[in-house]
Design a protein around this ligand. Structure first.
Ligand code: ADP
Ligand code: ADP
Length: 227
């Protein structure tokens, strides 16, 4: 689904991604781990062009997403992204956050958009908060709304950038539960996370990064059980 071919990225003179070759297949759950500053966030941000790259190619469904002239919105509507900070619009209700631009652009009626959003809020356990403001929700609830909002575009690929790192510990579980639920549905997912229990349970593959390189790729069993 995503194929990286010899990808390199620099921030000025800092070599942030070094010769990355990686393929993520449909239905795979990949967890990216490694020390802070190793390039994990940069890596997944290149997948939907939140970060430009300086050399190499990234193919999504066979198309080069960094090719000049490519419409970035086409990819962004196909790739859901959940950030560490939930980035909800504070002046919109929970429901409105989920019915914003993406669905309207796809020509759904207001009613259809609302129904789809309600079904997603149901799925993340927040149907009863549809008319609340983001500021009325806990961090864990806000992150679950952010996940519902990303799912509203019905993306075939979901990217998560440390989705639980900004949460109080007691709220981490409810977000991981929603993510687990997605893996059961066969969603293709790439998750940057320090939640190794989650990785162990649901990852098909773990990538370990350091200094801009993917140093290891392994099944969770191999990764966690090696001496
Ligand atoms: P991680 O997600 O593994 O913590 P990042 O991908 O956020 O790592 O960052 C990798 C390296 O690139 C870090 O050294 C970071 O300081 C640097 N970096 C990230 N974003 C920028 C930027 N916009 N400009 C300059 N350097 C950056
Ligand atoms: P994360 O690892 O979740 O991306 P960071 O705190 O590393 O969070 O980065 C937050 C923002 O600051 C990102 O947009 C990143 O690109 C930018 N950033 C990170 N490191 C640097 C840096 N050394 N110089 C400039 N911008 C940076």
């Amino acid at each position: 689904m995503i194929e990286l071919q010899n990808v390199n990225k620099w921030y000025g003179s800092y070599h942030a991604l070094v010769d990355i070759d990686e393929t993520i297949h449909r239905g795979e759950v990949v967890v990216v781990c490694g020390p802070s500053g190793s390039g994990k966030s940069t890596l997944i941000r290149t997948f939907n062009r939140l970060e430009p790259i300086q050399s190499g190619r990234i193919l999504f469904e066979g198309k080069d997403i960094h090719a000049p002239g490519t419409d970035v919105n086409v990819f962004r509507s196909r790739i859901g992204f959940v950030f560490q900070q939930f980035n909800l619009f504070p002046h919109l209700t929970v429901l409105q956050n989920c019915t914003m631009a993406p669905m309207q652009l796809r020509g759904l009626t207001r009613k259809e958009a609302d129904e789809r959003a309600m079904a997603l809020l149901q799925r993340v356990g927040l149907a009863n908060k549809a008319n609340a403001w983001p500021s009325e929700l806990s961090g864990g609830q806000q992150q679950r709304v952010a996940i519902a909002r990303a799912l509203a575009m019905q993306p075939p690929l979901m990217l998560f950038d440390e989705p639980t790192s900004a949460l109080d510990p007691e709220m981490v579980g409810e977000v991981l539960l929603v993510m687990r639920d997605l893996t059961r549905d066969g969603m293709t997912m790439v998750c940057v996370t320090h939640e190794m229990g989650f990785a162990r349970e649901v990852a098909d593959r773990v990538l370990f990064m350091d200094e801009g390189k993917v140093l290891e790729r392994a099944t969770p069993d191999d990764f966690f059980n090696r001496p």
